[in-house]
Design a binder for this molecule. Sequence first.
Ligand code: DGL
Length: 271
Amino acid sequence: MHHTITPESPVGIFDSGIGGLTVLKAVQAALPSERIIYFGDTARVPYGTKSQVTIRKYAADDTAILMRYQPKLIIVACNTVSALALDLVEKSSDSLPVIGVLKAGAEHAVKVTQNGRIGVIGTQATVGSNAYARAINQLNAEIQVVSQACPLFVPLAEEGFIDHPATRLIAEEYLAGIRSEGIDTLVLGCTHYPILRRVIARIMGPQIRIIDSAEAVALRTKTLLAESGLLNSSSKASTPHLLVSDLPQKFSQLYQLFMGSELPDVELVEV
Ligand code: DGL
């Protein structure tokens, strides 16, 4: 059943958990008047260590939860879902526009690289799917893509180990190989990595451009809404409506780390 879409309809964003708040933050900065519904599947996070079958099942459930709020557009903030299940989100969302972080990040990286060598870091599932390399090579078949899974970055970011010696040590270990590949651009292909951006940038060196897909997604969202006449023209800044599937209290604490701002209410939903 189609729902009525107006400029006042909300923008739906979902992620496997807290990480997509980096995307929410960028969307809010670019589009402060939009009403945003954010769903974080905190009961089932992480997705990045799971199989494609499981990730696709979760993605369909997450989309169904957002659809209850009759959004005008869906943003898949999770790189793992963008890599392995974007088609399913599109199918489950009644022909709404769907924007995935992966494509936005890939496009941005292709624009930025000068030597045609791009590095991508992400979860095991994202890197294993090869979806970034495919998206990049669809835009430019000549570009070489080197990728590296960095699974421990997710818990480190959630622990708030931002400028911590343990994080530096693990980052050195993960990034040593990719640093010697002659890349000039590195895509942060996971929602949590922007939190660790400084450590990553320091290890990669000043000549490497770091791409944060969150900003690319926010710009893409703005363009798409403007083109379809669906920008919310309200002059009031809107607080996001936050939904999680478990531990709303913990979400509240981590919200500070990811957003650096006051906490709105968090609602518990069942998956
Ligand atoms: N949100 C996931 C991603 O961007 C990272 C956390 C997880 O593994 O669920 O890939």
